[in-house]
Design a protein around this ligand. Sequence first.
Ligand SMILES: [Zn+2]
Length: 222
Amino acid sequence: MNCLEFRRVALAEPRRLEAEAARHAEQCDACKEFLVRALEDEARLARALRVRAPEGLRARLLDRTAAARRSRGILALAASLLAAVAIALVLAWPRNDPLALAGIDFVVFEEAQAILEAKPADPGELRRVAAQLGVALPAQLGELRYIGPCPFQGSTGQHAVVKTAFGKATLMLLPDRPLASRAVASAHGLEAVVVPAAGGSVAIISGSSRSLEHIEMLLKSS
Ligand SMILES: [Zn+2]
């Protein structure tokens, strides 16, 4: 499901998202915010439409049996509880870290171009930057498919594409970006984790959370 399809679905029935739409909202920050707005708009509309009923109608309604009133009350209560739960779920989704998100944007919008324009790979430079960061790149990481410098957020990092047993992953060695704690993001069907290193940080971006975990574990244990 793409963003356009998601927004059509979310506009029509923001409280009744199918699994596919819910998955999209989990992975796409922009659509997640769109959903929150759609839920808010729906609640506002519902309030605005709650007009005062004419007196006669009100009396007739009051004549209805207590049982009918009770069941309506319970239904309304259930509906508002459901809406509260839906909004709480939306708000509880982890916020994307800007640096991790920038890593995903790099992979989506710039990685292919960087590989196209690359000069011959220099594994020595990758090793030098890894040493500067204080991380080792063990062979168990997987097959290195690409190595090259990458302009990233105003400085230059080392960019590597790895083929792990679980799929493709991108590693960005960022010597100029010290980090206090691990940061995560997910967008465009990709996940990113940025882990602090002794002399900067390392961003790992992949469409497979298993390959992300695999690399993070190897970087930690090295
Ligand atoms: Zn989207």
